[in-house]
Design a binder for this molecule. Structure first.
Ligand SMILES: [Mn+2]
Length: 360
């Protein structure tokens, strides 16, 4: 199924797609997509050869056990020379070879060209991205699990919000609670922002201590079986002021409207416009300074989502975030984010933590 989706986006005479996973920091997530290898292993320096009738994995002895849990035929090497030889042998006389030009280093491309000699190399990065955009039910099941872990953590975090705790202490607790619940990792460096720091959408966390009256913005996710969730909740430590309540209610209404608008056949640009217009019709006009949402999957930013700068025809099985915010420099900001699956007539919401304003 995944293979035919990918080849549908390639020219008819493409013989094989070679995915080379160098490993961090240039891991090619497509390696995991085509092999289904979601149960561990690093697979550094490994190849997945995607033929129309199946996948062949070339990986090292270190990964032998994990490799057998995927869907490909596994070939093991002990030395770099053996790996080169396996690649030459398994690619055989394929003439037209697809590569992920967006995920391979120039050096690795040159190496493959040297190893395989005179062939035609074409870019199949768009075909890979397109195939990955609509998730199959096995992928959705994993993301649902990742979302469940993140939701549970979002729900219990107020317990740990005490006067004087520092942002990075709360971030450490947050990551601990994720892993304790079975996340294999934090999906990304969590954002823990108190007070005025919450006005910066991509803040991380620092030594700022929690004070009465602060907004507490938590944006984080769980990585589970290589897939990610992404959730944001904003709290008020103490009693919320009228201004804080007004900002919060405006964001919440906009976020709910965004979720209501999502269904298959809708344009992501129109969802973004509806959310943005709601905020811009209030005194917070112009304070929503990023896109409404992004695609979510093996990558946290898996593909373009709900934004004014791109058309995106929503299709069943797409997984998107919906995360409007309002940011007032020097004062603070609110963002509320959920993960949803595009269904025929609605959006299925995967993140379940409460969204009404919580005063701690
Ligand atoms: Mn997000």
């Amino acid at each position: 199924m995944r293979i035919s989706k990918i080849f549908n986006g390639c020219s008819d005479d493409t013989d094989v797609i070679i995915i080379y996973n160098r490993g961090e920091p240039v891991a090619d997530l497509n390696f995991y997509y085509v092999t289904g290898l979601v149960h561990g292993g690093l697979f550094e320096g490994s190849y997945a050869l995607v033929f129309r009738d199946g996948v062949k994995i070339i990986t090292s002895k270190l990964e032998e056990q994990s490799a057998s849990k995927g869907i490909g035929e596994v070939h093991i090497f002990s030395t770099a020379a053996e790996r080169d030889e396996l690649l030459r042998k398994l690619v055989g006389d394929a003439e037209k070879i697809g590569l992920n030009f967006s995920g391979i280093t120039h050096g690795d491309f040159e190496k493959i060209k040297t190893l395989l000699g005179e062939r035609e190399f074409v870019d199949v990065s768009a075909a890979l991205l397109n195939a990955r955009m609509t998730k199959d039910e096995s992928e959705i099941k994993i993301i649902r699990e990742a979302a469940k872990v993140a939701s549970e953590v979002a729900e219990i975090m107020p317990e740990f919000m005490k006067e004087g705790i520092r942002e990075y202490e709360l971030a450490a607790r947050l990551v601990y609670e994720l892993l304790k619940r079975g996340a294999e990792d934090s999906a990304f460096t969590p954002i823990v922002a108190f007070g005025e720091n919450s006005a910066e959408p991509h803040y991380f966390s620092g030594p700022r201590k929690l004070k009465r009256g602060d907004f507490v913005l938590l944006d984080f996710g769980a990585r589970y079986k290589r897939y990610n969730s992404d959730i944001t909740r904003t709290f008020v430590f103490g009693r919320a002021s009228d201004e804080q309540k007004e900002i919060y209610e405006t964001v919440l209404n906009a976020q709910k409207l965004g979720i209501e608008k999502i269904k298959s056949g809708m344009n992501g640009r129109d969802v973004d416009a509806a959310v943005r217009n709601l905020i811009d019709s209030t005194k917070y006009k112009g304070r929503f300074i990023h896109s409404t949402g992004h695609g979510l999957g093996l990558a946290v930013h898996d593909h373009v989502g709900l934004t004014s700068s791109h058309d995106l025809l929503l299709k069943e099985g797409m997984v998107l975030t919906v995360e409007p915010g309002i940011y007032i420099p020097g004062f603070g900001g609110v963002r509320i984010e959920d993960d949803v699956v595009v269904r025929k007539d609605h959006a299925e919401v995967l993140t379940t933590a409460p969204k009404d304003l919580i005063e701690i």
